[in-house]
Write a protein that binds this ligand. Structure first.
Ligand SMILES: [Ca+2]
Ligand SMILES: [Ca+2]
Length: 391
């Protein structure tokens, strides 16, 4: 979601960056003197600490020994008083971050491999402005339409790119992200300040490879379990889950023109703006990440409002969004409305290949949120008409 929109948050970030540059210059001058570390006596007994270096947690030190030493040598209060936002900003700027580290301590999407949540990730990309990762965007209609937050769209659209596949295959933060594909934005099709969204057209046909996310016209009720797939901090694709906590009218985060937003206790942080919020029951997008404080619960714009506003435009340009099939048709993997023998081939392909979220939620007969050969027994029972109540 958005970085906090308050001016104090923004100026604090700038000040931290300036401080980081000054401190790194100072560190460079110090190390240029070639004094061996063992003779300086600066090794800090607090390092390593218990918590991560890249976000504030209030405990002294952080868990990467080299990074902890480095930061506390230039900012001793990080090891004495506690790891504040100033310390995590320094770490982000000065330390060598593990390539598969995700923002705010959230789960990397690779940790979800095999689940329907993981299958929802492919249409989600990161948005660049002048080669800086800035926000999250996702494919909403074939062949090339993406949705993001309006406040993510800079004035020079020739400098906007959307990159897919910046994610890690598993939970190992020291591994390396997958190869990516980047697409230029060629047109802003429609945008709204009131609903903080922008519909962008990319070059080419990215949807043929990355798919599109199904969208829901329903306003979810408070308490609905949701999850978010995001590029918080502009880092590798992360995952966060929670629930819808409120319906807010008018908008949150000081956005006076915002018509409606929903509260969600999934993260709001810089870079996650524009991320899709999925309904955990049917894996359809119900919200667009809008604003909130760093690494804290925030606010989303409901897709029901965005789609109502977008419908005439989509109709005019002949773009079709993916309908929200949900999980209500158990066994109907080819989504033709009936569960019969024609679903067998799709079922087998989905088990042994990469299943879509719809395929997983319709084929997961034993209720473990995964599609595996263990689900075949329940599927067979369904086909021959034996009641199956495992999920
Ligand atoms: Ca079927
Ligand atoms: Ca299963």
């Amino acid at each position: 979601m958005a970085a906090t929109r308050s001016s104090s948050g923004r100026s604090a970030g700038c000040a931290a960056t300036l401080l980081a540059i000054m401190l790194s210059l100072w560190t460079y001058q110090r190390t240029a003197g070639d004094v061996p570390r063992s003779e300086t006596g600066t090794s800090n007994p607090t390092c390593p600490g218990a918590e991560n270096c890249y976000w504030a947690h209030g405990l002294p030190g952080c868990n990467d020994p080299a990074c902890c030493e480095q930061i506390c040598s230039v900012a001793p209060f990080c090891c004495s008083d506690g790891w504040s936002t100033a310390c995590s900003d320094l770490a982000i700027n000065l330390c060598k971050r593990p390539p598969c580290q995700t923002a705010c301590g959230k789960v990397g999407i690779g940790c979800m491999a095999g689940t329907a949540q993981h299958a929802s990730r492919r249409p989600v990309g990161r948005l660049f402005y002048f080669d800086t990762p800035f926000c999250t965007a996702w494919l909403i209609a074939a062949p090339n339409l993406v949705l993001t937050a309006r406040h993510c769209v800079g004035s020079d659209i020739s400098q906007i790119r959307v990159e897919f596949n910046y994610e890690c295959a598993d939970c190992d933060i020291s591994s390396f992200p997958r190869p990516t594909e980047r697409y230029a934005v060629v047109e802003v099709v429609r945008e709204s300040d009131e609903l903080d969204y922008a519909l962008l057209r990319l070059e080419g046909d990215p949807a043929s490879n990355w798919g599109v996310a199904p969208v829901s016209y329903q306003l979810p009720i408070v308490g609905t379990p949701v999850y978010e797939i995001h590029h918080g901090n502009g880092w590798v694709k992360g995952y966060d889950e929670g629930m819808m906590t409120s319906v807010d009218i008018p908008g949150a985060c000081g956005g006076g023109s915002i018509a409606i937003s929903i509260g969600v206790d999934v993260i709001a942080t810089g870079g996650a703006s524009g991320a899709p919020i999925f309904d955990a029951a049917n894996h359809c997008v119900v919200g667009l990440c809008h604003c909130g404080p760093p690494c804290e619960p925030g606010h989303a714009i409901p897709m029901s409002a965005i789609l109502t506003d977008l419908a005439p435009t989509l109709q005019m340009i002949g773009a079709q969004t993916a309908p929200c099939h949900g999980c209500d048709m158990a066994g109907d993997l080819n989504t033709d409305g009936v569960t019969d023998g024609q679903d067998i081939a799709t079922f087998v392909v989905a088990i042994f290949g990469e299943a879509s979220a719809t395929e997983i939620c319709r084929g997961d007969m034993n209720g473990d949120s995964m599609l595996t050969p263990d689900d075949l027994e329940g599927f067979a029972a369904l086909l021959i008409g034996i009641p199956w109540a495992a999920r």
